[in-house]
Every structure is written in C-alpha cells, then in structure tokens.
Design a protein around this ligand. Structure first.
Ligand SMILES: Cc1cc2nc3c(=O)[nH]c(=O)nc-3n(C[C@H](O)[C@H](O)[C@H](O)COP(=O)(O)OP(=O)(O)OC[C@H]3O[C@@H](n4cnc5c(N)ncnc54)[C@H](O)[C@@H]3O)c2cc1C
Length: 307
C-alpha cells in the first residue's frame, strides 16, 4: 500500500527527502514556490555524512568531475601565518561542489525516481494533522510523517504509549476482519502471492534492512487486503498501517521479536491455506497481541529513560 507525502520546498532537504521516500515506496508531491529549482551561491562543502548520502543516491560519480576533493585544510592568523593545518585522509572526507550542479543532480534523480515536482506552488501552512495548505486554498492530505505542534512547528511524528495502545486495538479489529475475509474469499493465486510475500519477508528478517523490511510488510498487506476485497476496511487499515509502521522499528528493536513475528505469520498462513476462518483469525490476533506487547514494552522503556 503506497503511502503519500506532500513536501514544501524544493531545496536540498526537500528533494532528498522526496527521493528517499519514493525509494521506500511512498508517492511524493513536492511544492517549490519558485519558477525553477535553483540554488544561490557558488560552492558547497560536503563532509562525510552528506557524501555518504550522495553515494547512496548514486550521484557521487556524476558529481566528482565537477567537484574538488579537499585534501588539506589550513587556518591562517591575521598575519597570514599558518595557524593550523589538517589532512583529510579519506577519499570521502571533504569535497566542494558547485551548488547548482548539486541541486540539479538531486532534482534529476528525484524526478526520475517519481517525485512529482510542482513549480510555482507555494505552501502557506500545515495543519496539526500534517496536511499541507497551498496559497490557492488547497488542503493536501498526507500520511502523518510530520505533526504540526501549535506555536512550535513541525516535528517528526512520535507515538505515545497511549496512542500506540489505541492504534493496536483498532488494528486488531480491522486486520482480524481482513484475515477472515481473505480466508474465505481469496483466490488460489492470491493465496500463493501471500505465501511468496511471506517468503520475502522472512528473507528480509534474516538480513535486516529497514527499507526492504517496510516494503516487504507493505507488499504482504497489499495482497492480504486485495484478497479480502473490502474497500472500507482497506482504506481504514491503510491509515492504521502508516501509524503501525512508525511503531514497527520500535517493536522490532525488542530482542527476539523478529523471529517470533515470522513464526506467527507462518501459523496464520497455515490456517488460511486450510481455509480455517476461525483459526486464521486467532493466529492474527495472537500476532497483533504479541506485536503490541513488544512495541509497548520498548515505548514504556523509552518513556522512563526520557522522563
Ligand atoms: C552562506 C552559506 C554557506 C553555506 N555553506 C555550506 C557548506 O559549505 N556546506 C553545507 O553543508 N552547508 C552550507 N550551508 C547550509 C546549506 O546551504 C543549507 O543547510 C541548505 O541549503 C538548506 O537546504 P534546505 O533544502 O533545507 O533549504 P533551502 O535550500 O533554503 O530550500 C528551501 C526551498 O524551499 C522553497 N520554499 C520556501 N518556502 C516555500 C513555501 N512556502 N512553499 C514552497 N516552497 C518554498 C525555497 O524557494 C527553496 O527552494 C551554507 C549556507 C549559507 C547561507
């Protein structure tokens, strides 16, 4: 199930975020108020973390011929004497690139990956639920990655213990329904696709990588909801799954959870394959209860350590 983001600002931050989200399976629309994506100023120095990001975007090779690697830095005093001299030994320690070349490369990659870049589109506000408001009055709904705190501004959405409990309660009811419907309605082909999605999930669990994991989970639920064939449950669960994905990293940081989670999904599949509606529902409930316990334990611990 695709999640959707609306981004205000086509600078380096907005475009990079858009590119990362699209690569993680999100649909992204980006609003830039100017008539073109452009940078002001000449060069920009980039250190290790930023260079690693360029490497991750596969942009570094394009940019290298247009940039310069800084091999040594000097600090001079007022009389022109060298006050400090430092080597930058690593190939990826410090580079300088023309700003416009950098932004154009990121823009090209972002557009190629599927970011919908809208020029002359100005954001005027974002409401507390995270929807973006444009100057023509349009209110664009997005998927709750950012929460607007009144008088403070945007923050990355954080889920409290209380909210997590509510999310998992609703997830239990809706996902239980989807599993029941899938068990009785899904075609043989859909069941096979669900099993293959579970195989992929298992492979990702073994060699964990966050983006691949979130994609595998999203594919698994995509098939489940398609087979359940209930539009209303699908749209409600879509909203719940966005919130759950914010918690997944939390529940999986609980040792042993990944392994148990996979075992529970296999039990669920066995019941579905036997077209055992009641058994599938029970397996689904057990999976959600255990995921809830794991996520809440970690969230409570985090709350205690930040109190
Ligand atoms: C003089 C100077 C030198 C610097 N040197 C370095 C350096 O050497 N190395 C380094 O790493 N960093 C450097 N920085 C910092 C770096 O340039 C910034 O951190 C970076 O450009 C910020 O990117 P951004 O995408 O967050 O914002 P911006 O580049 O400011 O992009 C914001 C974009 O949003 C658009 N926008 C704004 N409001 C709206 C709206 N309401 N609706 C729609 N669009 C909107 C703007 O038109 C703009 O395109 C320097 C900064 C300055 C000022």
């Amino acid at each position: 199930m695709a999640r959707h983001a609306e981004i205000a600002g086509g600078g380096m931050a907005g475009l990079s975020m858009g590119l990362m989200l699209v690569r993680s399976g999100w649909s992204v629309r980006l609003h830039e108020r100017s008539t073109a994506i452009r940078e002001s100023g000449a060069g920009i120095y980039m250190r290790r973390n930023s260079l690693k990001i360029l490497q991750e975007f596969q942009l570094l090779e394009d940019l290298r011929p247009r940039g310069s690697r800084i091999e040594r830095t000097f600090v001079f005093d007022a009389a022109g004497r060298v006050h400090q001299q430092r080597e930058t030994p690593g190939e990826l320690d410090l580079w300088v690139f023309p700003r416009q070349a950098l932004i154009e490369s990121i823009e090209r990659k972002a557009r190629e990956a599927g970011v919908d870049v809208r020029l002359e589109s100005t954001a005027v506000a974002a409401d507390p639920a995270g929807a973006l408001i444009l100057d023509d009055g349009a209110r664009l709904e997005a998927d709750g990655l950012i929460t607007i705190v009144p008088h403070k501004g945007p923050i990355v959405t954080k889920v409290t213990v209380r909210q997590a409990e509510s999310i998992y309660q609703v997830r239990g009811v809706l996902e239980g329904l989807a599993v029941r419907l899938f068990t009785v309605r899904a075609s043989e082909a859909q069941l096979e696709r669900l099993e293959r999605a579970a195989d992929t999930l298992e492979r990702v669990y073994k060699k964990f990588e966050a983006n691949a994991f979130l994609k595998a989970k999203s594919d698994f639920y995509g098939v489940l909801l398609e087979g359940a064939d209930n539009e209303v449950a699908t749209s409600m669960l879509r909203n719940i799954h966005i919130r759950v994905s914010l918690l997944r990293a939390t529940s999986l940081s609980n040792p042993g959870r990944a392994k148990d989670s996979m075992k529970e999904i296999r039990q669920l599949l066995t019941a579905i394959r036997a077209r055992d509606e009641e058994g599938a529902w029970k397996a689904c409930m057990k999976h959600i209860e255990n995921a809830t316990k794991a996520a809440l334990a970690v969230l409570r611990e985090e709350q205690v350590s930040s109190d």
